[in-house]
Design a protein around this ligand. Structure first.
Ligand code: OAD
Length: 278
């Protein structure tokens, strides 16, 4: 399970880190509250702030971090059941993870739909609108409602694939959680879906997800006398992944993936209408 913290080393801000997180850098938009930028009702009343931000966040300017390569290494070794991410940057795919291994729980820029008639709009069309600074409006005759990338806004349902793949958690024998504040439901509740004896490793700058989470979930227990399976490695994700790989004797293989990426210096994440990333 990953979040924005695995991509900060690529230069993409996370959301909630004080000072550097996206939510503390939105003053210019005069929002009623920072999360309004990802709320459907607010988008309907004032689409411009999200459209301006979408241009900044549009995939294409960033390269995978060491943590993304670590996920690819797990996959190469046949050990990765699935990577559930809250991120919308698609950097796992740029690092070479096959699409079926990735659950983009909060959606992506890959497709856009009209928020009223649900008409699909092409990626290139949406990109053109966003980069021209225009508010995207449905092209279907007699509609003209707002179009929005399929990024999951607050209050919207998560993609079906998220729910379909949730049973993975029952079959996992290790859960790694990296770079997330575990503040957003239902994603954060997944930590509780693995079996009761399955070890759970958190690699994050701070402890997160402890105690009761919302109505249904019981979070990590790193400190109580009864703790038995949760481990918090408080560090940057990239350093944490290196440390873990050192312990596993995989560091050279990890660094090979990282160096290959540096050498080939691929154009950063770029969605194409066909569905692949280059
Ligand atoms: P947050 O910004 O809430 O949390 C990021 C976490 O990663 C924090 O605990 C940071 O301390 C930690 N962190 C940042 N950089 C790190 C690094 N290099 N190494 C280790 N830890 C690091 O981001 P998310 O949990 O991903 O949803 O946010 C969840 C959702 O909230 C997002 O998907 C987004 C947002 O609202 C939507 O837009 C729907």
């Amino acid at each position: 399970m990953t979040g924005a913290g695995i991509s900060t080393a690529a230069g993409i801000p996370d959301f909630r880190s004080p000072g550097t997180g996206l939510y503390s850098q939105l003053e210019k938009y005069n929002l009623p509250h920072p999360q309004a930028i990802f709320e459907l009702d607010y988008y309907k009343s004032n689409p411009q702030p999200f459209c301006t931000l979408a241009k900044e966040l549009w995939p294409g300017n960033y390269s995978p971090t060491l943590s993304h390569h670590f996920l690819k290494l797990l996959h190469n070794k046949g050990l990765l059941m699935r990577s559930f991410t809250q991120n919308i940057d698609g950097l796992e795919l740029v690092a070479g993870l096959p699409e079926e291994k990735l659950i983009a729980a909060h959606g992506s820029f890959h497709k856009s739909h009209c928020i009223e008639c649900k008409q699909l709009h092409a990626l290139e069309w949406m990109k053109e609108k966003i980069f021209a600074g225009e508010v995207p409006r449905c092209t279907k005759a007699d509609c003209g409602a707002l179009v929005k990338p399929d990024i999951v806004f607050f209050g919207e349902a998560l993609p079906e694939r998220f729910f379909e793949a949730m049973s993975d958690f029952h079959n996992a024998d290790l859960l790694i959680v990296m770079g997330t504040s575990l503040k957003v439901q239902p994603f954060c509740l997944l930590t509780d879906k693995v079996g009761k004896t399955v070890p759970r490793l958190l690699i994050n700058r701070e402890k997160v997800g402890e105690g009761v989470m919302g109505m249904f979930g019981y979070g990590f227990d790193f400190v109580s006398e009864n703790r038995y399976r949760d481990v918090a490695h408080l560090d940057d994700c990239d350093s944490g992944c290196v440390k873990l790989c050192e312990l596993l004797g995989w560091k050279d293989e990890l660094m090979e993936l990282v160096n290959d990426d540096d050498e080939s210096n691929p154009p950063a994440a770029f969605w194409t209408p066909g569905g692949s990333l280059y």
